[in-house]
Design a protein around this ligand. Structure first.
Ligand code: NAL
Length: 331
């Protein structure tokens, strides 16, 4: 694997491929960022982009984590004081999860987003952008609530942050892609360059495999879960015994969330996965790559129940340090 392959590994898309290749060839000092609306606890969605940040740190990137307090406020997530408080706790959880604190810059949005220069640049982007474009960019980020003026301002601030944080690569889940496209189109109007973007896949709903996993509805795995909570949730996950003969549900595409969790959460962080099985069922299986595990699950060599057991153990190992952190905060 060359630098480009390592940077783009597991990405759902990069915009554009040529830009990502040029970045891979650029000398050290490259900066990448992700922004998160602070919420009390990390969930698997946060951890998926964090995995990419950890990989980029191994590639020599400097990483910026924007704790987007003003954005969370604009998206109706609570009072500003509450949000500020959760931002600090989230920072600790990211470090517990594995981000190298010496090579991660944590920035609170409100540190610069209220400065006069920033606000004037924001107004300039407001002049350039139609309400319908801003609304479309927010469709997958805002909840189901009625669109507000705050929701229209939000993506423009996200675009502007890319300029103010001076980063080379913007990382986000696929739900961020329309905001990033808006940023690419409008930033040149304030003489800033279009950011290169890398989007991570979305994990399907755990129990149905349809649509995407969400922390608001359905089952989601978070840093607060006990080992038993994780085992219970994973046990309920949709995971057909062999390659699904009918990969749709009422015409909707169905993914295997168990395989997705192995691919995007487990293998990026573990070099080897051991599936424990009693000798009478063939004994333990050891996998050094996601592909080998997928092949065995789809051929029937690896039973879903055994795969789920190994998945629950790995996820628990990943969240255990953060869970300790949260518990000691409560004490
Ligand atoms: C991500 C978010 C908010 C502001 C940002 C600014 C720059 C880069 C990324 C950012 C949060 C994100 C979410 N929109 O949905 O969590």
């Amino acid at each position: 694997m060359d630098a480009y392959d390592r940077i783009t590994r597991n990405a759902a898309e990069v915009v554009t491929d040529e830009e990502a290749r040029a970045l891979a060839d650029a000398p050290d000092g490259k900066r990448a960022y992700v922004g998160y609306e602070p919420s009390g606890v990390l969930h698997v969605g946060h951890m998926l982009t964090a995995n990419k940040l950890i990989e980029l740190q191994d590639e020599g990137f400097e990483v910026v984590v924007l704790l987007a307090d003003v954005h969370a406020y604009l998206n109706g997530k609570g009072t500003f004081a509450e949000i500020r408080d959760t931002a600090t706790r989230m920072q600790e959880q990211f470090v517990a999860y594995g981000l190298d604190p010496d090579r991660t810059e944590f920035v609170l949005g409100s540190e610069y987003q209220l400065d006069e220069e920033y606000v004037l640049d924001l107004h300039s982007l407001e002049l350039e952008t139609s309400l319908s474009r801003a609304e479309r960019a927010m469709a997958e980020i805002a909840g189901d609530d009625t669109a507000t003026v705050a929701h229209a301002v939000y993506p423009l601030m996200q675009a502007l942050d890319i300029v103010y944080l001076d980063v080379d690569l913007a990382i986000g889940g696929m739900e961020q892609r329309k905001v990033h496209m808006l940023a690419r189109d409008t930033l040149p109007s304030i003489d800033a360059s279009a950011p290169t973007c890398l989007h991570t896949p979305l994990i399907a709903d755990l129990t149905t495999g349809v649509g995407k996993m969400s922390s608001s509805g359905g089952l989601s795995i978070s840093m607060e879960d006990s080992g038993a909570d994780i085992a219970k949730k994973v046990e309920k996950a949709y995971c057909p015994p062999t390659a699904d003969p009918d990969p749709t549900d009422n015409g909707e595409e169905r993914e295997n969330p168990v395989l997705q969790l192995f691919e995007y959460h487990v293998f990026p962080r573990f070099s080897e996965v051991v599936v424990e099985r009693p000798d009478q069922y063939g004994g333990n299986l050891t996998y050094g790559s996601y592909d080998a595990l997928e092949t065995d699950l789809e051929s029937g060599e690896l039973h879903p129940a055994d795969a789920k057991g190994a998945l629950a153990t790995c996820l628990n190992d990943l969240i255990a340090p953060g869970r300790e952190r949260i518990r000691s905060d409560h004490d």
